[in-house]
Design a protein around this ligand. Structure first.
Ligand code: FAD
Length: 1004
C-alpha cells in the first residue's frame, strides 16, 4: 500500500477514535443559556437575522444606558421580533425605551451577552485569567494568553499594550512557580518547556504598522517587541507572534526573522510564529522559513492555522480588484493544511509543529502522519481556542496529547470584535464544529479526505485552482471596473515606485513648451514648478502663455471643431481608451511625478493615476451609450430623433490637488463629447499636465483638438473665460474663483453666439458626525484619514468633526493621540502620511487659520513640522462653536475643528450650518439614525461608517450641492451630458398616405 494510502487509512482510524471519545454534549457555543440555542439556530438559517444579531452584539458594549440598549434592540429586531424571547418581545412592543421595563430588559440583555462573551474570553482582568488558567491546568490543558485590545491607533496605545504584556509576563511567571508540575503539558519530546505562554499581535505594538514602509515599521516594532522577548526569556516564558491580515504577513515574517537573528535571541528556542493555510503563498513561506531556521541554528515553533480573516480577505480583494490571496474553496484550504502539516512534521527538529485546529480530520491526519514519520511522543502540540471544541480537547488529552488553549482576556468592549469573529466562524456553513455538532454530519463524511473533495470538483477548478468564485462571473462584472490601485504590501510594487522616482529625479528641471495646434511653443515668461517637500528642487520650467497664445488657442480650437465634431463617437472614445493604455504603461512614472510636483504620498499619487485612467475608460464607454440618436416614440408616419451635439470650444481649468485625475477627467469628458479643449493646468502642477499632453499626442489625437496652455489664472484664465467664442468652461477649484468665473461667463459680449455653460466643482466645509454608539476604532481612523490625508488638501476632506457629548472626551483623546502618531515627512518617503502643503502661499494661509484657532477654541494638538518644505503640522481645535470662522470657512489644510453636540438632532443641524454641501459622513451603529442621516444630511456625497474621501469613478460619482458646485457629478452617469446639448429632429415620414414600418437610427 502506498505511503499516502496508509496515512489516509490511519487518519480515518484515529479520527473515528477521537469521535468515539467525544462526550455526547455539544461544544459550549451551541449550548447557551438565554441567548439561546434557538437564536443561534435562526442565525444559521437566516442570513439577515445573523447579520442583525452579530451587529447588535458588536454595538452592545458601547451602549451605556438602558434606553440606548432598548432603542437598539427595537431598531435591530423590528422585523425579526419573533426570534427574541417572549418577555423581550412584549417589552419592545409596549414599552418606551425610557421605561422601567425597557431598562430591565436592557440589563438582562447585557448580562446575557457578557455571559456569552465569557464562553470565549477567559476573564476581564489578569486575576480572572489566572483563575481560568488554573482551571485549564486541572483539565491537563496548557494555555497561551492573548490580551484583547482596541485597535492600536496611537503610540500611546502601543506603549500601553507593550507594558501590559511586560506586566503580564512577570505576574504569570510569579504565579507559575506555585503550579503543580504536569508532565503532559510542561514537557515535550526534548524536555521541559515554558509553562507561561503568551501570544502577541504586531499591529498592536506600532500604530503606523504598514507594509508600504517596511524599514520604518520593522525598526519600530522590533523596538517594542524586544523588551517583551527579553522579559519572556528572563522569566522563562514562551512568545508566539500571531498572524493577522494578509497585508501584514510579509512584514510580520520579516520582523520575526530579523529579531530572532539578533545575538540576544539567536539561541533562544521559545518563540513561535503562525502560518495560515488559507493563503496561497504560505507553502512558499514555509519553505523560506525552513531555510532561514537552518541558518539561524535554533528551532522555532510554528503554529499552523487555517486563518481567521477569510471573509475580510475576500471582501477586500474583491473591492480592490486584487488577486485573492486566500483559497476560495474550503477543501483547498483543508488540503493545504494537511500538506503544510506534513512538511512541519517532516522538519520537526527545526520547526516545532503546533497544529491549531478544531477540525478532527486535520488533527487525525497530523497524528497519522507523525506516527508514520516516527516522530517521538509529544513532538507535536495541538492547540484550540478557549470555549471551542472542549470535547475534542478532552478526547486528545485522553489520548495523551499535549493540548494548549488559546485564551484571550480583556475588557468586554474590545472583546466583542473577537466574540463576533468566533460566532461568525462557528455559524459559517463551512465550520467543522457546526457540521459535526449542529448538522450532525456522518463521521465518515467529516473524516473525508480533502483530496477526495478535490476529485469531486470540476476539472477546471482542480487544474487551475479557483481564483474566481462563481458569483464573481456575473454579467455585472463585464461592465466598468476601477483600475486597481497598487498593493504596496507587495515588494514588487514598492520597487516599481522607487525606481520610477529615481528615473523622474533624473529628469527634473527640464523645460516644457506650450502645445498649440501640435506645435511646441516656447515663451520668454515661465512658470517654475517646485517640489513642495524640497522647494529648492525645481521640477520643471514651463512656458507661460500670454494673451496672444490664448487667442491662438481659441482660433485653433475653432478650426478643429468641425472635423472633431464629425468624428464618430466610437473613434473619439478610442482615443481615450488608448490614452488609458498609455497611462497604464507609465503609471509608476506618472505617480512619481505627482510625488515630486504635487507632494502626494505614494498611495495618494498612485490612486490619482488610477482615477485618471478610470475617467478615460468611464467617459469613453459612456459616450458610446449616449451617442446613438434616440427615437422618442414609435408612431407611424413621424420620426422624432433626440441626439446630442458638442457645445463647441471647451476650456478646462484644473486644480493642483488631483493634478492628473481631475485634469484628465474634465479634458476627457469634453473631448469625447466632441469639443476641442484648451487645457489650462494649475500653476503648481504644470509638469504633470505636460505629461498628460504627451500621452494624448502619443496616441495620435489630431493636432488642434487639444491645446496645452499653462499660464496664470488671472491672465489667460480670465481671457478665455470671457472670450466670445468659448462655449464651455469646466472648472475645479475654490469658491471665490468659481463664482467669479460663473459671473464672467454669464456676461455676453457683442457678436457672441451662445451662452456659456459652466461646470464647476468648488469647495467644501465637510463634516463627519460621530454618534454615541459609533465604533470609535473606526471613527478615529476614518476621521484621521479624512482630515489629514494629503494634509487636508482635498475638497472632500473633513474639516469639522461633530461628536455627541457622551463620547466626546474619549473620542477626542484618541483622535489627538492618533494624529500625533502620524508620520510627517517629504512625500517621497513611503511611510509619509502628512506631506507638505502645495506652496508657501498655502502654508501662510493655513498658518493664519491656525492662529485664528487659538481664539476660537481649545487647541488640543499642534504638531512640529519639518523645517524644509511647506509644512504645517496637523492642528486639532476642540470645543469650537458652529459659527466660528474655522467652522465655516474652507481652510484646505490640516486644521480640524471638533464640535460637541448635545444630541443627534443638534449634530445634524451643525453639520448643515454652512452654505457648502460637498461631502459629509456619519459613524453610527443605529439603523434609525443612519436612516435619518440618509434623509436629512443633504450633501453631494454622504459616507456612512467610512472615511469621507477617496471617491471612486463609477462607484461614488463625485460633486457637491449648495455653494460646492454647479453641475452634475464627475465619474457619474449624468456628467458627460453637460458637455453636450441635445437636439431634436422631427421628420414627417408620411408620403401620399404611405409610411415605412420601421425607421433607421442616425448617430451624431
Ligand atoms: C490556538 C489557535 C490560535 C490561532 N491563531 C490564529 C492566528 O494567529 N491567526 C489567524 O489568522 N487565525 C488564528 N486562529 C484561528 C484559525 O485560523 C481558524 O480561524 C479557526 O481555528 C477555525 O478553523 P478550524 O481549523 O478550527 O476549523 P474549520 O471549521 O475546519 O475551518 C474553518 C476555517 O476554514 C477556512 N475557510 C472557511 N471557508 C473557506 C472557503 N470557502 N475557502 C477556503 N477556506 C475557507 C477559514 O480559515 C475558516 O476559519 C487560531 C486558532 C487556534 C485554534
Amino acid at each position: 500500500m502506498a505511503l499516502s494510502d496508509q496515512i489516509e487509512q490511519q487518519t480515518r482510524t484515529i479520527g473515528r477514535e477521537i469521535f468515539a471519545r467525544l462526550k455526547t454534549e455539544s461544544p459550549s457555543v451551541f449550548h447557551l443559556a438565554w441567548w439561546d440555542e434557538k437564536i443561534l439556530d435562526w442565525c444559521m438559517r437566516d442570513e439577515t437575522v445573523k447579520v442583525q444579531m452579530f451587529r447588535f452584539i458588536d454595538v452592545l458594549p458601547m451602549l451605556k444606558t438602558g434606553e440606548q440598549v432598548a432603542r437598539h434592540l427595537q431598531e435591530y429586531f423590528l422585523d425579526h421580533k419573533e426570534i427574541l424571547p417572549l418577555v423581550v418581545q412584549w417589552g419592545l412592543n409596549f414599552a418606551s425605551p425610557r421605561s422601567a421595563a425597557a431598562r430591565a430588559i436592557a440589563l438582562a440583555v447585557r448580562r446575557n451577552a457578557s455571559r456569552m462573551a465569557q464562553r470565549f474570553i477567559a476573564g476581564a482582568t489578569p486575576a480572572e485569567a489566572l483563575t481560568a488558567i488554573r482551571k485549564l491546568r486541572r483539565q491537563s490543558l496548557a494555555f497561551t494568553l492573548d490580551l484583547l485590545g482596541e485597535a492600536t491607533l496611537s503610540e500611546e496605545e502601543a506603549a500601553a499594550y507593550q507594558q501590559r504584556y511586560l506586566d503580564l509576563l512577570t505576574s504569570l511567571a510569579a504565579a507559575a512557580s506555585s503550579w503543580e508540575p504536569m508532565e503532559v503539558i510542561d514537557t515535550d519530546h526534548a524536555g521541559p518547556i515554558p509553562r507561561v505562554n503568551v501570544s502577541v499581535k504586531l499591529t498592536a505594538l506600532y500604530s503606523q504598522f504598514d507594509a508600504i514602509d517596511p524599514e520604518r515599521s520593522t525598526a519600530w516594532v522590533k523596538e517594542r517587541l524586544r523588551p517583551i522577548l527579553r522579559t519572556a526569556r528572563e522569566v522563562g516564558a514562551f512568545v508566539t507572534v500571531d498572524m493577522e491580515q494578509y497585508r501584514y504577513k510579509d512584514l510580520t515574517l520579516r520582523v520575526c526573522k530579523e529579531i530572532l537573528e539578533e545575538d540576544e535571541f539567536r539561541a533562544w528556542p521559545h518563540a513561535g510564529i503562525v502560518l495560515q493555510a488559507y493563503l496561497r503563498e504560505t507553502e512558499q513561506d514555509l519553505h523560506d522559513l525552513l531555510a532561514w531556521v537552518k541558518t539561524r541554528g535554533t528551532p522555532i515553533s510554528v503554529r499552523l492555522v487555517r486563518g481567521a480573516y477569510w471573509d475580510y480577505e475576500t471582501v477586500i480583494a474583491r473591492q480592490r480588484h486584487w488577486p485573492l490571496p486566500v483559497f476560495i474553496r474550503k477543501w483547498e484550504t483543508d488540503l493545504n493544511f494537511e500538506r503544510l502539516a506534513t512538511v512541519l512534521l517532516e522538519h520537526y527538529q527545526f520547526v516545532r509543529p503546533a497544529i491549531a485546529t478544531h477540525n478532527i480530520r486535520s488533527i487525525a491526519q497530523a497524528l497519522a502522519a507523525s506516527r508514520r514519520l516516527g516522530l517521538p511522543e509529544r513532538a507535536i502540540e495541538f492547540q484550540m481556542l478557549y470555549g471551542m471544541g472542549d470535547a475534542i480537547k478532552a478526547a486528545l488529552v485522553q489520548l495523551g496529547q499535549r493540548v494548549r488553549v488559546y485564551a484571550p482576556f480583556g475588557e468586554l468592549l474590545p472583546g466583542m470584535g473577537y466574540l463576533v469573529r468566533r460566532l461568525l466562524e462557528n455559524t459559517s456553513n463551512d465550520s467543522f464544529l457546526r457540521q459535526s455538532f449542529v448538522e450532525h454530519a456522518a463521521v465518515d463524511e467529516l473524516l473525508r479526505s480533502p483530496f477526495d473533495s478535490a476529485q469531486d470538483s470540476p476539472e477546471e477548478e482542480r487544474v487551475n485552482g479557483s481564483d474566481t468564485p462563481a458569483d464573481d462571473r456575473s454579467p455585472a462584472h463585464d461592465g466598468f471596473r476601477n483600475e486597481p490601485e497598487l498593493d504596496f504590501a507587495q515588494e514588487e510594487n514598492r520597487r516599481r515606485l522607487r525606481e520610477a522616482l529615481g528615473q523622474v529625479r533624473q529628469q527634473l528641471g527640464r523645460i516644457y513648451p506650450l502645445v498649440i495646434n501640435g506645435q511646441e511653443i516656447t515663451t520668454s515668461a515661465e512658470i517654475v514648478s517646485r517640489n513642495p517637500s524640497h522647494p529648492d528642487e525645481i521640477v520643471g520650467r514651463v512656458a507661460r502663455a500670454g494673451l496672444a497664445e490664448a487667442e491662438r488657442s481659441v482660433t485653433t480650437a475653432l478650426q478643429a471643431l468641425p472635423t472633431w465634431r464629425a468624428t464618430p463617437a466610437a473613434e473619439r472614445a478610442d482615443f481615450l481608451c488608448r490614452a488609458a493604455a498609455a497611462m497604464r504603461a507609465h503609471r509608476a512614472e506618472l505617480a512619481a511625478w505627482e510625488v515630486v510636483e504635487a507632494g502626494k504620498p505614494w498611495r495618494e499619487a498612485d490612486a490619482d493615476v488610477c482615477e485618471a485612467i478610470d475617467y478615460l475608460i468611464y467617459y469613453g464607454r459612456d459616450m458610446l451609450r449616449l451617442a446613438p440618436a434616440r427615437q422618442l416614440d414609435d408612431l407611424p408616419g413621424e420620426v422624432n430623433l433626440y441626439l446630442y451635439q458638442p457645445r463647441g470650444v471647451a476650456v478646462v481649468i484644473a486644480p493642483w490637488n488631483f493634478p492628473l485625475a481631475i485634469l484628465t477627467g474634465m479634458t476627457a469628458a469634453a473631448l469625447v463629447a466632441g469639443n476641442p479643449v484648451i487645457m489650462k493646468p494649475a500653476e503648481q502642477t504644470p509638469v504633470i499636465a505636460a505629461k498628460l499632453m504627451e500621452i494624448f499626442r502619443s496616441v495620435g489625437l489630431p493636432a488642434g483638438v487639444l491645446t496645452y496652455l499653462p499660464g496664470l489664472g488671472e491672465e489667460v484664465g480670465e481671457y478665455l473665460v470671457t472670450h466670445p467664442r468659448v462655449n464651455l468652461i469646466a472648472f475645479t477649484g475654490s469658491l471665490v474663483v468659481g463664482l467669479r468665473i460663473n459671473a464672467l461667463a454669464a456676461q455676453t459680449t457683442e457678436g457672441q453666439r451662445g451662452i456659456k455653460k459652466v461646470i464647476a466643482e468648488l469647495g467644501g466645509k465637510n463634516a463627519l458626525i460621530v454618534d454615541d454608539d459609533a465604533d470609535l476604532d473606526e471613527a478615529v481612523q476614518g476621521t484621521v484619514a479624512s482630515a489629514f490625508g494629503y494634509a487636508g488638501q482635498k475638497c472632500s476632506a473633513c474639516s469639522r468633526v461633530i461628536v455627541l457629548e457622551q463620547v466626546y472626551d474619549l473620542f477626542l483623546k484618541r483622535l489627538v493621540e492618533a494624529t500625533r502618531s502620524l508620520h510627517l515627512g517629504p512625500a517621497e518617503e513611503p511611510g509619509t502620511f502628512v506631506p507638505p502643503l502645495i506652496d508657501d502661499e498655502a502654508q501662510q494661509k493655513v498658518q493664519r487659520y491656525s492662529d485664528i484657532s487659538k481664539r476660537e477654541g481649545r487647541v488640543v494638538l499642534e504638531t512640529e513640522a519639518p523645517a524644509e518644505g511647506y509644512f504645517v503640522g496637523p492642528v486639532i481645535v476642540a470645543d469650537v462653536s458652529p459659527q466660528a470662522t474655522i467652522a465655516q470657512e474652507e481652510i484646505f489644510g490640516p486644521v480640524l475643528a471638533v464640535l460637541k453636540a448635545r444630541d443627534f438632532d443638534e449634530a445634524l443641524e451643525i453639520a448643515l450650518s454652512t452654505p457648502y454641501a460637498l461631502t459629509g459622513g456619519l459613524y453610527s451603529r443605529s439603523p434609525a439614525r443612519i436612516e435619518r442621516a440618509r434623509q436629512a444630511l443633504r450633501v453631494g456625497n454622504l459616507y456612512i461608517n467610512r472615511k469621507i474621501t477617496g471617491a471612486l469613478v463609477g462607484r461614488q460619482p463625485f460633486g457637491g450641492l449648495g455653494l460646492s458646485g454647479i453641475g452634475s457629478k464627475a465619474g457619474g452617469p449624468d456628467y458627460l451630458v453637460q458637455f453636450m446639448e441635445p437636439r431634436v429632429i422631427t421628420e414627417n415620414a408620411l408620403r401620399r398616405g404611405f409610411a415605412p414600418k420601421s425607421h433607421s437610427r442616425n448617430s451624431p
